[in-house]
Design a protein around this ligand. Structure first.
Ligand SMILES: [Fe+2]
Length: 265
């Protein structure tokens, strides 16, 4: 079974010109949808059982951006189920309005989806107003219920904010209560997949295979003098699960990583 893990689209229908600062990154950036279209030419889409998107679907959490993004993803992934979770750039209320119009909510968007016998547990660890996200005791209770519900089957845990520090893109990891690692150790999902760092990282969390995906937008490269060079960047994790064997291959969708902005952070 093969599936694609992508993250951090930071989608906007239009990226208006901004003179400087963070938003100027988007002035010259290729649309994440165009990056996905060119990336899809590199892989055999017929083999994909599903696609996972680990948050920061949009840049500003605006209703019209969710609407446009959902239309484009529905067309692009036609016939391939895709599952999303939310990141710090998303807005829960606007997301529900477009993605789940039957649900009028501002609460975390958690979901459990069974595809070909694999349960994908998407935990929303994003918190509006907190760029680092948070795993609370409530999240832990929800997660235990999810793991109990799917007991005896293989599961994949997906969330936006990362659990392992990445020194290439040194953003804080998500804080969690003591019981969280114990839950992971007890229920042992096959993999934990995260985003947010815009950099691919592979490791192990409490003995479970762990990966972040590079973004579908941009990545910051440290220049060593406090300056960060932001470059266009699109990469994905192509994951294969055969019995107990799991492999992850990083696939780069952009050959030429054009400079978008240099910034002192
Ligand atoms: Fe993020």
């Amino acid at each position: 079974m093969e599936f694609l893990h992508i993250s951090d689209l930071h989608y906007k229908k239009r990226y208006p010109f901004v003179k400087d600062g963070y938003a100027s990154i988007f002035n010259k950036m290729t649309s994440p949808i165009d990056m996905l279209i060119s990336g899809f030419k590199q892989i055999k889409c017929d083999n994909l059982s599903f696609v996972l998107i680990s948050g920061d679907l949009t840049e500003n959490g605006i209703e019209e951006d969710y609407k446009e993004l959902k239309n484009k993803l529905d067309m692009l992934f036609y016939g391939i189920p895709y599952i999303v979770t939310l990141g710090n750039h998303d807005n829960k209320e606007m997301f529900y309005k477009i993605w789940k119009p039957e649900t009028n909510s501002i609460y975390p968007y958690g979901s459990i989806t069974n595809i070909n016998g694999i349960n994908i547990i998407a935990l929303d660890n994003s918190v509006e107003g907190n760029p680092d996200g948070l795993i609370t005791e409530e999240h832990c209770k929800w997660l235990v219920r999810g793991f109990e519900y799917t007991k005896g089957t293989k599961s994949i845990l997906m969330m936006h904010h990362p659990l392992i520090f990445d020194r290439i893109t040194p953003v804080p990891v998500v804080q969690y209560p003591n019981e969280f690692p114990q839950i992971i150790k007890k229920y042992l999902p096959s993999m934990i997949l995260c985003g947010h760092t815009h950099n691919e990282l592979y490791g192990s969390f409490e003995g479970v295979l762990y990966a972040t995906a590079g973004s579908m937008s941009f990545k910051g490269f440290q220049k060593g003098n406090g300056e960060v060079c932001f470059r266009e960047y699109a990469s994905a994790n192509l994951c294969k699960m055969e019995g107990n064997l799991i492999s992850i291959e990083e696939i780069t969708f952009t050959e030429y990583k054009k400079v978008l902005a240099n910034m002192q952070l």
